[in-house]
Design a protein. Structure first.
Length: 330
């Protein structure tokens, strides 16, 4: 296997973090790995985790067309393999009971996530649109659109303006009036805000993904990104000395998210670790990014990020270790 795999963000050769692992369906490396291999039609494959020394973006190799993992077939294969790993459970089953403590705890997590994201955007967004008749939002790869719905409800309540929200997705396995394809978008008015919420980690080429959406964003419009902070997964893979295939095909750093937005040609770029974030109410750490389309000096924040990344990783790991110690003692 060649040892000169390049990073799609900054085109530099990557460095191998884990040994080349002979991954097969017999190894049972996890339901995510097994379902990915089945969807790709693989019985055996050599996998490895590599990192770009310039932007600290970590990539699981080999690369593949991640669109093959989704749609009706993807959902069925995931369900079958998940249930083989966890007998007696049903993949994606929703409880019909209402536990107020649990539900409101998750709602508070989502509210906190919303607060941190809105504060992050408010401090840095500078665009002003005049004579706006409606606010337009595009949720790129947004699944059921729950993130854009949250933005829409808040914007409507605060501004009093009507808010129109659409979801673009790569597959047509869900269909409703808010879901649009590329051809639909070509004939629609452009958008004030394009959201990439937990989308970019599913693609090997995040630069190309954002560039595809860029024509549908108004001049001075805003790109808002969230990706999971998976630095702990990188450490685990290095310690285990093996890595499997996954729906998350790459792990971002704050620097690599910044470089992605920079390479797209956006301006006024800011990124931040959001340690008190959540995903559908489950607490996680994520990396947030915003950028603006149009003329203006590109923010050079990335120049000072490399040293910050090293210091941040030490603090991040220390926090995780202490959290586990106190949890075990309680």
């Amino acid at each position: 296997m060649r040892d000169n795999f390049s990073c799609n963000i900054c085109s530099k050769n990557t460095i191998r973090l884990t040994p080349i692992y002979k991954n097969s369906e017999l190894n049972r490396l996890g339901w995510e790995n097994d379902s990915t291999m089945k969807l790709l039609g693989l019985e055996e494959v050599e996998t490895q985790l590599r990192i770009c020394p310039k932007c600290l973006h970590s990539i699981i190799f080999p690369r593949f067309d991640s669109k093959q993992l989704y749609g009706e077939r993807g959902a069925k294969v995931r369900k079958d393999i998940y249930e083989s790993y966890f007998p007696g459970t049903i993949y994606g089953e929703k409880s019909n009971s209402l536990n107020f403590k649990q539900v409101f705890s998750k709602m508070s997590n989502e509210t906190l996530r919303s607060y941190h994201m809105m504060s992050f955007i408010a401090k840095r967004a500078r665009a002003t649109f005049k004579e706006v008749k409606e606010i337009r939002i595009l949720d790129w790869g947004g699944g059921d659109g729950y993130v854009s719905e949250m933005y829409s409800n808040l914007l409507k309540a605060i501004t009093g303006l009507p808010v129109v929200s659409f979801v673009y997705d790569y597959t047509d396995w869900k269909s409703d009036s808010s879901r649009v394809g590329i051809e639909n978008l070509k004939h629609m008015d452009t958008f004030h805000l394009v959201i990439f919420s937990h989308v970019l980690e599913h693609t090997h080429d995040p630069v190309a993904t954002i560039k595809t959406a860029l024509p549908f964003l108004k001049d001075d419009g805003l790109i808002v990104c969230e990706v999971p902070d998976e630095r702990l997964q990188i450490v685990r893979a290095v310690l285990k000395r093996k890595v499997g295939l996954h729906y998350h095909v790459a792990h971002f750093s704050r620097l690599s998210l910044h470089k992605t937005l920079e390479k797209v040609g956006l301006s006024k770029i800011y990124t931040s670790y959001q340690y008190s974030s959540s995903y559908r109410g489950s607490r996680i750490s994520c990396i947030a990014g915003i950028a603006q389309k149009g003329m203006g000096a590109i923010n050079i924040q990335s120049n000072s990020l490399k040293l910050y990344e090293a210091f941040s990783l030490i603090l991040f790991l220390a926090k995780k270790i202490l959290s586990k110690i106190f949890k075990d003692r309680s």
